[in-house]
Design a protein around this ligand. Structure first.
Ligand code: G4P
Length: 293
C-alpha cells in the first residue's frame, strides 16, 4: 500500500526529543495495545540508549485481553535493544492501560517510574520522565490523567511548536506537558495497514478500500465469530471482498441502481473496529515463545 503521507516535522520532532533526552530518568513510550509492535518507533530505542523505559499499552479496553497479556510478558522479557550495537539498552517494564476508562495511569505510571529510577526517588528527589509515541495512541489523554486536569485534547501538533512546560506531579514525577511525537514506521507494509486500520495514519492518506480488505481478511481468519455476531451473517463469506460486499448489502450501503458501495461498506467495517463494536480485537500477537525442547 502506498501511503501519501509524510509528517513534515519529523526531523524537528526527533531533534526536540533528542535534546531533552539527557535530562530524563525514564522514558514512557505509549503504544497502541491492539498493535504494540506496529505502533513502536525504533527511534525511541535509538535515542533512549541506556535509559529505562515504560512501554504503556494504551487502549487495552479495545484489545484482546489474552493477546495483551502475552505482549506484556513478551516486551518485558525481550532482550534490551542495543542501539549502538555494543551496549544493551535500559530495562523495560510494560503496562496495559485504558486512559479513557480509568485513572489507573495516575498511580501506576509514577510507581513504575520510581521502580525504574530508584536512585531518584528518595525524599526531596524527583524522577524526570518524558512521554513519547506516534500520533493517536493516547499520549495527551495519559498526560491529562497524570496531571489531573480536565481532559483537553493536546492534539497532534509537533512538540517543537509549543514551549515545553515541566510540571511536577503530586507523585514527585517531573513531566513535560507536551508529548514527544514520533511518526509511524510506514516502511513495513503490514504495520502500515494495521496503523491505518487503527486510525494512526490519517484516512486521507490511505486507500480506504485496501485498508478495509486487509482488516476483513484478518478478522475472517482470527475473529470470524465476531463478524457473524455483529453483521448477523448466516454464513461466513469466503473472501474479504465478499465479506465487505455482504456488510454493504446488509447495512444498506448501496449506490443508485442497487450495487453495493464498497467505500461506504469499508468505512463501516473500519469504524466498527475502531469503536470496539466488533468486541476486543488485537491486530497482532507477539511471536510465539521459542520452543525450549
Ligand atoms: P495522542 O495524544 O497520542 O495523539 O492521542 P490522544 O490522547 O489525542 O487520543 C487519541 C484518541 O484515542 C482520542 O479519541 C482519545 O479519546 C482516544 N483514546 C485515548 N486513550 C484511549 C483508551 O485507553 N481507550 C480508548 N478506547 N480510546 C482512547 P478521539 O476520538 O480522537 O477524540 P475524543 O473524541 O475521544 O476526544
Amino acid at each position: 500500500m502506498s501511503i501519501q503521507w509524510y509528517p513534515g516535522h519529523m526531523t524537528r520532532a526527533r531533534r526536540a526529543i533528542a535534546e531533552s533526552m539527557p535530562i530524563q530518568d525514564v522514558i514512557i513510550e505509549v503504544l497502541d495495545a491492539r498493535m504494540p509492535r506496529s505502533s513502536e518507533n525504533p527511534v525511541v530505542a535509538e535515542l533512549r540508549g541506556q535509559k529505562p523505559c515504560i512501554k504503556v499499552l494504551n487502549k487495552s479496553d479495545l484489545a484482546d485481553p489474552a493477546v495483551t497479556r502475552a505482549w506484556l510478558r513478551h516486551l518485558e522479557a525481550e532482550p534490551p535493544a542495543a542501539p549502538d550495537g555494543a551496549t544493551p539498552g535500559g530495562k523495560v517494564l510494560a503496562l496495559a492501560l485504558s486512559a479513557t476508562q480509568s485513572s489507573e495511569a495516575r498511580t501506576r505510571i509514577p510507581e513504575l517510574c520510581k521502580r525504574l529510577a530508584p536512585q531518584r526517588s528518595g525524599p526531596g528527589r524527583v524522577v524526570r520522565a518524558m512521554i513519547v509515541g506516534i500520533p493517536n495512541v493516547g499520549k495527551s489523554t495519559i498526560i491529562n490523567v497524570l496531571m489531573e486536569r480536565k481532559v483537553a485534547k493536546v492534539g497532534d501538533e509537533p512538540a517543537v511548536t509549543k514551549s515545553q512546560q515541566l510540571v511536577t506531579l503530586k507523585s514527585g514525577i517531573v513531566l513535560s506537558d507536551n508529548p514527544g511525537i514520533l511518526w509511524p514506521k510506514i516502511g513495513d507494509e503490514a504495520a502500515s495497514y494495521r496503523l491505518a486500520v487503527g486510525g494512526a495514519i490519517p484516512d486521507t492518506a490511505i486507500d480506504y478500500e485496501s485498508v478495509a480488505l486487509f482488516a476483513a481478511r484478518y478478522f475472517l481468519k482470527r475473529y470470524p465469530e465476531r463478524l457473524v455476531e455483529r453483521y448477523k451473517l448466516k454464513e461466513l463469506p469466503a473472501t474479504a471482498l465478499e465479506l465487505i460486499t455482504e456488510i454493504g448489502r446488509r447495512r444498506g450501503c448501496l449506490r443508485s441502481g442497487g450495487a453495493v458501495d464498497l467505500h461506504k461498506a469499508s468505512d463501516l467495517l473500519v469504524h466498527d473496529f475502531r469503536a470496539g463494536r466488533l468486541g476486543r480485537i488485537s491486530l497482532e500477537a507477539p511471536p510465539a515463545p521459542a520452543d525450549s525442547a
